[in-house]
Structure formats: structure tokens, C-alpha cells
Design a protein around this ligand. Sequence first.
Ligand SMILES: Nc1ncnc2c1ncn2[C@@H]1O[C@H](COP(=O)(O)OP(=O)(O)O)[C@@H](O)[C@H]1O
Ligand SMILES: [Mg+2]
Length: 221
Amino acid sequence: MRTILVVNAKGGSGKTTLATTLAGYYAAEGARVALADFDPQGSSIDWLRVRPDSAPKIHGVEAHARGLRVPRSTEIVVMDAPASSHGDALAALLRRAQTAIVPVVPSALDIRAAQRLFAEMRELRPLVRNDVRIATIANRVRESARQTEDLEDFLMDLKLPSGRRFPFLTWIRQSNHYLKAAEKGLSIFEFSPLATTADREYWQPLLRWLASPRSVPGDAA
Ligand SMILES: Nc1ncnc2c1ncn2[C@@H]1O[C@H](COP(=O)(O)OP(=O)(O)O)[C@@H](O)[C@H]1O
Ligand SMILES: [Mg+2]
């Protein structure tokens, strides 16, 4: 079973947007997907509640209350982390995941918060021990913004204790399609491809990485 965690201690960085979009993407591809909401606010579960019956099924798990119980047949679990995941709670989330994706918004405040998060994740490594593969993406990016450059510089420079970098995979554009998708319980991958071509393109490096052995522990890469 493939386990993918979307995590960042900062609220509003796009965790739920990323988690629901990935869940919708894999479901549209025909996979058996569970969406595990670790946030007591329950935004991912709310998204599932408005999801049309005609859309590919996604199994919702209120993991914050009931733990991570998924049907046996589940192929992919996407986990949506709460804001302010720190310390033991953060370690517990990372321990459950093969792969963690950290969305960061290009603002000075968010970049500073992300610096603290990455420092904390390094400290937690001895506690986590499952060699979870971590990558970053920039979210809500307006191409012209100067802050995007600051974010890229920062994300490109992140290193693991081994000297290996956290891969910085892609930018996700600021786009109303995500707002519309959130409203309808759908993902941009379930909208007309023509209308969402530009948005979809930015997802490709992330989707490719997730499909490659590099994003799964145990690989030598
Ligand atoms: N790429 C994007 N373009 C436009 N709006 C976005 C984008 N990513 C997130 N948002 C919006 O920003 C807000 C916060 O995103 P959300 O995914 O709920 O963050 P988190 O779960 O980290 O708190 C939501 O209203 C969401 O619709
Ligand atoms: Mg959220």
C-alpha cells in the first residue's frame, strides 16, 4: 500500500488542496484510494461529503478521531495533516508515510515557518527511522512575484543530514480552479483537461516523482 503524507505546520499552505487533488487524481486513474484526514477541522472529509456520486470513489477516514483504518483493498492512502503538527505528533505522522510532501507558499512568513519545520524534521529523524522520502513544492505561486525567487532559493538549498537534498519538485499556480474544485468535491484532474491544461502541467514533476522508486524508502537512489 502506497502511503503519501501532505504536511506543513503552517495553516493555509495548501495541505488539504494538495491531498484532495492527489486523491482525486489517483481515483480518476482507477486506483482504490483512501483519504485520511488527521485534521480535526475535517476539511478533507468535508470535501468528500460534497463529492458527486458520479465521481470515482474515494474512501474517507476520520483519522484524527478514529486512527488510520483503511479497507484492506486500499492501494493508495493520502494523508492530510493538521496545522501545527509538531514533535511527537509530527513524528507519528512521518512514521506512517513512505513519502511526505511539504507545500510552501512564497511569503516571508511561510518561508520562515518552513525553515523551522525542516529543522524539526531533521531533529526527528532518529525517532522516525522509516526513511520517509520528503519533497517540497511551492504552492499558490504567481509567476511574476519576486518572493517566488526567495522561496526557490530556500527550497533548493535544503539539505538532509546525509547531505542529500529534499527535492524541490514544482510550483503549483495560484488558480481559481482549486477553489472551484474544493467547492464541488472534485480535483482539477476531474475537470475538462482543456480548461486545466496549464494547472495540470505544473503537477507533472510531482506526479512523476511520486510514481518513481525515488519517493519510496528502500530504494538505493
Ligand atoms: N494553488 C492554489 N490556488 C488558489 N487557491 C489555493 C491554492 N492552494 C490553496 N488554495 C486556497 O488556499 C486556502 C488554504 O488552502 P488549504 O489547502 O486549505 O491549506 P491547509 O490545508 O494547509 O490549511 C484554501 O481556501 C484553498 O482553496
Ligand atoms: Mg487543511
